[in-house]
Design a protein around this ligand. Structure first.
Ligand SMILES: *[C@@H]1O[C@H](CO)[C@@H](O)[C@H](O)[C@H]1NC(C)=O
Ligand SMILES: *[C@@H]1O[C@H](CO)[C@@H](O)[C@H](O)[C@H]1NC(C)=O
Ligand SMILES: *[C@@H]1O[C@H](CO)[C@@H](O)[C@H](O)[C@H]1NC(C)=O
Ligand SMILES: *[C@@H]1O[C@H](CO)[C@@H](O)[C@H](O)[C@H]1NC(C)=O
Ligand SMILES: *[C@@H]1O[C@H](CO)[C@@H](O)[C@H](O)[C@H]1NC(C)=O
Ligand SMILES: *[C@@H]1O[C@H](CO)[C@@H](O)[C@H](O)[C@H]1NC(C)=O
Ligand SMILES: *[C@@H]1O[C@H](CO)[C@@H](O)[C@H](O)[C@H]1NC(C)=O
Length: 448
């Protein structure tokens, strides 16, 4: 056993990045996209009457929204787990990524804030930065006193936070706000908001802490209370004397439903201004990410099989693409795939270090592309294959067509930075276009 391990370890050292192709029967792993949530953090803000304000949070640099040592640890662990799955898996099917960091194979994209950046760093430390991983002093890191042996820094790329429509669901996007305002005028949302069960919870909270919130800001309360239970469980109950676990759970239930509405999940199709509001909301939230991913898979496929050999340099080497992001980003993927109900229980949103991995596989018998969907629900959990929960998928592998269709359905009608500025329905655009065409034709005839 040990000898087998030793030999394969030795071979992987000799081969360097020339990892033998990874096969499961006819199936060959080609590329992995992974979207994860950052780890445990301080609240990003709280309600005004909360005794736990910004100065209550000291870790991770201190203040609002910072990754805690627990959060760093959660990602260190996830990184080690990912190494076990994709680098030194017992099942050789998954021995896919090189043992030692190879710049051509990995790209890490984080949203542009501290906790996701540091989560990515912590994760890479677990995946590629430990002593005993085969990293060589003088080649992979400096052979110098003071450098932690085995630690290899991995580049974490980022983009401007406010215009990051792929990773940040709070990017500046007037269209999303506009659609959300329409959604709130729908019968379903109005009935829900005015129901006794919901208004009693919101009204009670308002009277207890003397504050009101828009529905999209309501998360601030359950989020702060969730974290205070972790760090100040006893004092929370003393200082916020109204707090009870039962009331907290009611607040969470209200918030979960708000989340679902924000991602366009309605019981009945909401049609306003000739638009399917649910679909339009999801197009703005999930569309950019799903299409970014699927376009990259398509590019990889084209370059591997010679369908289109333009600009193949980078993608040919690429095996592992990471989005280090937020609960809402992970949620955006789950909702797009229609599997959020399985992946987020018992909370309505993905937990710390939740991760969804989209594995792109090629079937060497029928020469078609497939994917496998794998979910890491929270720190400490294993990976669960979820593919068969997706509509149109049976078994572990699913035709890439299913993913392509989903991306196509959610594709914003224009490049997202332009689409975000469109705050009128396409039907009114097409009406104005037809009027324009009418007049153009009319004047054409007239002039002729
Ligand atoms: C390896 O993993 C693949 C894919 O999950 C599975 O089909 C195969 O049975 C596994 N092989 C072993 C030896 O466990
Ligand atoms: C991140 O860190 C910078 C500088 O250390 C700080 O000014 C900023 O408030 C932090 N931002 C977030 C969103 O964590
Ligand atoms: C409640 O909040 C309002 C507005 O912030 C403030 O004017 C008022 O004094 C508060 N009332 C109590 C009882 O704290
Ligand atoms: C906080 O305390 C309550 C009641 O004492 C307990 O049920 C709960 O598990 C605790 N929560 C955490 C996160 O430790
Ligand atoms: C949607 O339908 C389910 C099942 O009937 C029900 O439990 C839920 O309350 C409904 N949600 C809304 C917002 O009406
Ligand atoms: C081939 O790939 C290039 C670069 O990705 C792209 O711009 C072009 O549209 C593709 N051509 C075809 C025919 O798909
Ligand atoms: C791969 O293709 C072959 C031939 O079409 C098919 O029999 C097999 O089921 C495919 N494998 C998977 C996992 O879909």
């Amino acid at each position: 056993m040990f000898r087998v391990f030793f030999i394969s370890f030795f071979l992987s050292l000799v081969n360097g990045s020339d990892i033998p192709t990874v096969k499961d029967g006819a199936m060959e792993l080609k590329m992995i996209h992974i979207v994860w949530r950052h780890g445990d953090r301080s609240p990003t803000t709280t309600f005004k009457a909360d005794p736990f304000q910004e100065d209550a949070w000291k870790f991770g640099g201190g203040g609002w929204g910072q990754l805690s040592p627990l959060g760093m640890y959660q990602h260190l662990n996830l990184g080690k787990k990912l190494r076990n799955r994709y680098v030194n898996a017992v099942n050789s099917t998954y021995r896919f990524l090189p043992a030692v960091y190879d710049q051509k194979t990995i790209y890490v994209r984080s949203t542009g804030i501290n906790r996701t950046l540091i989560s990515a760093t912590s994760n890479m430390l677990g995946m590629y930065g430990q002593n005993g991983y085969g990293n060589t002093a003088g080649t992979d890191f400096p052979d110098a006193l003071g450098w932690p042996p085995g630690f290899v820094p991995i580049p974490i790329h980022t983009v401007d936070y406010d215009s990051d429509h792929i990773g940040n669901m709070d990017s500046v996007c007037p269209r999303r706000e506009w659609l959300w305002n329409l959604a709130q005028q729908s019968d379903e949302m109005k009935e829900w908001r005015n129901s006794e069960a919901v208004s009693s919870v919101i009204d009670k909270l308002t009277s207890l802490v003397n504050e009101t919130w828009s529905l999209e800001d309501f998360w601030i309360v359950p989020d702060a209370l969730f974290i205070e239970q972790i760090y100040y469980n006893d004092t929370l109950r003393k200082k916020n004397a109204w707090y009870s676990d039962d009331f907290y759970n009611q607040i969470v239930a209200v918030n979960d439903q708000i989340y679902m509405f924000q991602y366009g999940i309605f019981n009945k199709t909401v049609t306003m201004q000739n638009m399917n509001i649910g679909l339009e909301l999801l197009k703005v939230r999930s569309g950019p990410l799903m299409n970014d991913m699927v376009d990259r898979i398509k590019k990889k496929s084209d370059c591997t099989y010679g369908t289109n050999l333009t600009d193949c340099n980078w993608i040919n080497g690429l095996k592992y693409f990471v989005y280090s992001a937020h609960d809402e980003t992970v949620y955006a993927v789950l909702v797009a795939l229609g599997i959020e109900r399985f992946a987020i229980i018992p909370h309505g949103y993905p937990l710390y270090s939740a991760a969804v991995s989209v594995e792109y596989w090629r079937n060497t018998t029928d020469n078609a592309d497939y994917f496998k969907l794998v979910y890491h629900k929270q720190s400490g959990d294993d990976f669960t294959v979820m593919t068969s929960e997706i509509e149109g998928c049976v078994g572990e592998y699913c035709s890439m067509n299913v993913l392509e269709q989903i991306a196509k359905k959610l594709k914003p009608d224009q490049p997202i930075d332009q689409w975000c500025l469109v705050t009128e329905s396409s039907s009114s655009i097409s009406i104005s276009i037809s009027i324009l065409i009418f007049f153009a034709t009319f004047f054409n005839h007239f002039l002729l």
